[in-house]
Structure formats: C-alpha cells, structure tokens
Design a protein around this ligand. Structure first.
Ligand SMILES: [Zn+2]
Ligand SMILES: [Zn+2]
Ligand SMILES: [Zn+2]
Ligand SMILES: [Zn+2]
Length: 137
C-alpha cells in the first residue's frame, strides 16, 4: 500500500508581489476592495467580508450566528415553506416531504423495551436488540 501523498502548492510570491492592484467588488453589497491579488492578507480581508454576508439573509438582511440558522430562516421567505411542527425546533423546510423526513429523522424515537434507549427507526432498534440484548429478528 502506498502512503497517502501530500500535495504541496508552491506560491511564487516574489514575482507577483508588485503586480497591479486588483479591484474586487463585493457581489452582496457592492463595496469595492482594492488589493494586490498576491498579498494573502488583503485577499483574506475580502474573503472575510464576503463570509460576513454569508450569515446575512439575502432577502431581509437579518444576520444569523451560524449558516444553518440562516438557511432555515431564508426558507421562510419562500411562500411554500413548511415549519417543523415540534415547538422549539428551528427547522424550516421547502416542502411537506422534507418536513416528514425531518420529523422522522429528528423527532421520532422508538424506545427499546429492554433498556429504554431511544432509536430513530425500527432498523436501528432491531440492530440494537440483536447486538446488545442478543434478540433475534
Ligand atoms: Zn459586501
Ligand atoms: Zn430574511
Ligand atoms: Zn424539528
Ligand atoms: Zn436495549
């Protein structure tokens, strides 16, 4: 077996450090960032600025602590959206089918009658019964 190879990327900074400045316009707010493409620090500033927008709702501008919260929120702008029926659950889906699947995966649990452990589906309960309690079938 060959060991996994590490691919190293060589940057020839010297040649390009004094090249012409590049102007990048933020696609979200139109703010212009002028920087030399080969100065990592400056590129980082632009990337950081764009990342900030990735946590902001494109429709109403509300900002969120993490990407998943924003994704769920943005779906509420869709007229066909469905919200999770369980209170306190932030989940929002694009259609009924997605909601059914979400409820099945996240909120449905089956108790093991022997030890009380919770399982999301019959299949994992059966597996648990077989492995832990040596129950067949
Ligand atoms: Zn911006
Ligand atoms: Zn919004
Ligand atoms: Zn839910
Ligand atoms: Zn059990």
């Amino acid at each position: 077996m060959l060991e996994q190879q590490l691919h190293e990327v060589r940057l020839d900074c010297h040649q390009h450090a004094l090249g012409p400045k590049v102007v990048n316009v933020c696609e979200h707010c139109g703010k212009a960032f002028e920087y030399n493409d080969y100065l990592i620090r400056e590129v980082g500033k632009f990337k950081h600025h764009q990342a900030m927008h990735s946590l902001t709702c494109r429709v109403c501008g509300e900002s969120f602590p993490h990407a998943a919260a924003k994704t769920f929120h943005q779906r509420t702008h869709n007229p066909d959206h469905v919200k999770c029926i369980k209170s306190g659950c932030p989940w929002v889906g694009t259609n009924q089918k997605a909601l059914d699947l979400h409820v099945k995966l996240s909120h449905t649990s089956i108790l093991c009658h022997l030890c009380g452990n919770k399982y999301a589906c019959n299949k994992s309960l059966h597996l648990h019964l077989q492995i832990k309690h040596k129950v067949n079938g």
